[in-house]
Design a protein around this ligand. Sequence first.
Ligand SMILES: Nc1ncnc2c1ncn2[C@@H]1O[C@H](COP(=O)(O)OP(=O)(O)O)[C@@H](O)[C@H]1O
Ligand SMILES: [Mg+2]
Length: 365
Amino acid sequence: MKITSLKINNFRNYNKLVLDFNPSKNIIIGKNGMGKTNIVEAIYVLALTKSFRGSKDDVIINYNSDNTRVEGTVVDEYKQDYKIVISKDENKKVWINKKKIPKLVDYLSNINIVLFTVDDLKLVKDTPNTRRKLINIELSQFSNDYLKITTLYNKILKQRNSYLKTLYLNGNASHEYLDIITSKLIDYAIKIYEYRYNFIEDISKYITDNYKKITGLDNLKIVYKSDFMNKSREDIEKLYKKNKERDIYSGITNIGVHRDDFDFILDNKPLKDYGSEGEQKNAVIALKMAEIEIFKDKKNIIPILILDDLFSELDKTKINNIFKFIDNDIQTFITTTEITKLSKKLRDNSKIFIVNNGVVDIKES
Ligand SMILES: Nc1ncnc2c1ncn2[C@@H]1O[C@H](COP(=O)(O)OP(=O)(O)O)[C@@H](O)[C@H]1O
Ligand SMILES: [Mg+2]
């Protein structure tokens, strides 16, 4: 899958920008704050309808505008034109081949991206929430069924939490209603659990080999942690019953897939407690590269790879380790302030964009 062109309007510090990309490697170079990440962010927004930076959707809209538009042509089996408009006071709108797509879920999972940023390098030590987010983003690119189910799950979870508060305040409120919500919640949760379980299994298949390719050692594993692990539906129902009073007292649902996590294990020990910074970074590289392979395996698709500013945090050896996994058939976007960190061979084989305060020049080779 390759994005051949991108057109953006009023996106971050760009008024108007039109770019044609190389089907293989694209390097975006410039000083800090010039607008390098903004370009790859636009590609990401076109694919996933939201940014990977900031929690609010409208931060990407240029300060002087009320809406932003991103358009792009992506070639896979077929060539398709995508478009998204994000406005300050209207819902997002999306189009494929000029046809408006009423539901976002039907738009998502068409353009597949593996994003690798400096923040990801902290993944091993980061909060469970960050690791869950990564799983969710990956899985929703594999299947819009997953996306639909997680949306429903979150809705029911909210309802359940709010009803728990009602029960706390009003001892006469019906417990039967809580049981109905709980049963529905478990239905969705089991599906989410299965998706995640299989995903972590898939990652496991590759991560050990990848880590070995990087370090020569075959001692890295990844394990899924979930309240639902190795439990039948009956067990799960019992668990909710057991926690019912605690849930009512605290006004939240204390168990469930919204608390899921996964651990990196090196030599049978949690990497977050015992691993060096270098080992943790290598583990993340092994994980990210596994994501690419799963796309190939599961969807028969080669995703678009974005490496945002990674090379500010990685030494030459680790950078080369990443390139061990990147074939010419993976379209790759690299943003960097230091082009000298990249090999001459790579530079000679890339299209180079020079960014200066929202103006982009193409380096002629
Ligand atoms: N909504 C916005 N409107 C206009 N400019 C913005 C907006 N959000 C961020 N910027 C500007 O974009 C620039 C940062 O761009 P970025 O792509 O992150 O830089 P870098 O080249 O370091 O990756 C900053 O100058 C920032 O002020
Ligand atoms: Mg940046």
